[in-house]
Write a protein that binds this ligand. Structure first.
Ligand code: AKB
Length: 315
């Protein structure tokens, strides 16, 4: 049985991922860690350690102490926050990856999952059905760090045989832990505001279509990729991954079916430019072909669950 650590277990992906990993592999085999406090569900359901991913020694001591062999490295600064703190974002996103890649190279760990993003694409990338291999000229700090990270992953795999795996996440939508600092965050905020106030002011324009995915699909993709036999994982930079694409107007229309009095207004800010630099839809043929990826949740199903679960959560 693998011994797993989730670094960044308090974040939007990390919290859901930790719970599902514990569900599949047993609570004692999944150590959650983060610099911030995690949700009660994460801290009470299994081991948790406070960990700053920038503290290389503490990270390596923790891996040794718990005999960890598989690392999910989710600590990162997202697109919106990174534009406000370019150097800090570069340091966090790059140093953490390079130090874990080195630990894998030195045999301290056996497997590393590292998330990339649709932010690796830029204004010159074909916007529709964006292929795995295409023009990549990201115009955001976050995107530059993710593209550089992808290149490092492939380099460590080819040069040192490091078993590193990754996916290019689209915007992720979930109800357990709110997102923070991303451009696609509107698609989570909108649900809370629809339930609380029946209205939402969106920071993107109404017709800005972006690739999105419901969290359970993202979690399945992540674990399936990490669990796939090594010979099936043909791409070691990061796989394109796709589910649904929609605009704020389309999402608002879907919410209106449940909350007829819901209204949306638009006040685009600096994130509009980031969103415009990203594709509207993604081609994920390679992930489907190599390790059998397939999404489950469409816009309708996702909206239904989001509204139901957030209502429950807000009481
Ligand atoms: C962001 O908006 O920055 C992220 C992403 C698409 O990687 N959700």
């Amino acid at each position: 049985m693998s011994k797993i650590i989730v670094i960044g277990a308090s974040g939007q992906i990390g919290s859901d991922l930790t719970l599902e990993l514990r569900n599949r592999f047993g609570s004692d085999n999944v150590l959650a860690s983060d610099i911030k406090n995690a949700t009660d569900e994460v801290t009470s359901g299994g081991p948790f350690e406070t960990l700053d991913v920038m503290d290389e020694k503490k990270v390596s001591d923790t891996l040794n102490k718990h005999n960890i062999d598989t690392v999910y490295l989710l600590a990162a600064m997202l697109s919106g926050s990174a534009e406000k703190n370019p150097k800090k974002a570069w340091d966090l996103n790059m140093k953490s990856l390079l130090s874990l890649l080195d630990m894998a190279k030195d045999g301290i760990i056996k497997k590393l999952f590292w998330p990339s993003s649709i932010a690796v694409f830029g204004p010159t990338t074909p916007k529709k059905n964006t292929p795995q291999l295409t023009i990549m000229e990201p115009s955001t700090v976050y995107g530059i760090s993710k593209l550089a990270g992808e290149r490092w992953c492939e380099y460590y795999f080819k040069k040192y045989g490091v078993d590193v795996r990754g996916v290019r996440y689209p915007g992720l939508i979930s109800y357990k832990t709110e997102a923070g600092g991303g451009t696609t965050d509107y698609a989570v905020e909108i649900f809370y505001e629809a339930i609380r106030h029946s209205r939402y002011e969106c920071f993107l324009e109404e017709n800005t279509t972006l690739p999105m995915m419901f969290m359970p699909d993202a979690i399945n993709a992540t674990i399936d990729l990490v669990e796939a036999p090594a010979e099936k994982v043909k791409i070691r930079s990061s796989y394109n991954l796709s589910a649904v694409s929609f605009s704020p107007k389309e999402l608002a229309g879907e919410i209106k079916k449940h909350i007829p009095e819901f209204t949306i207004s638009y006040k685009p800010d600096f994130r509009q430019q980031i969103a415009e630099s990203w594709p509207g839809s993604i081609n994920d043929d390679e992930a489907r072909k190599d390790w059998g990826w397939k999404y489950e949740y469409d816009l309708e199903k996702m909206t239904d669950i989001m509204l139901r679960e957030i209502k429950k959560k807000l009481g």
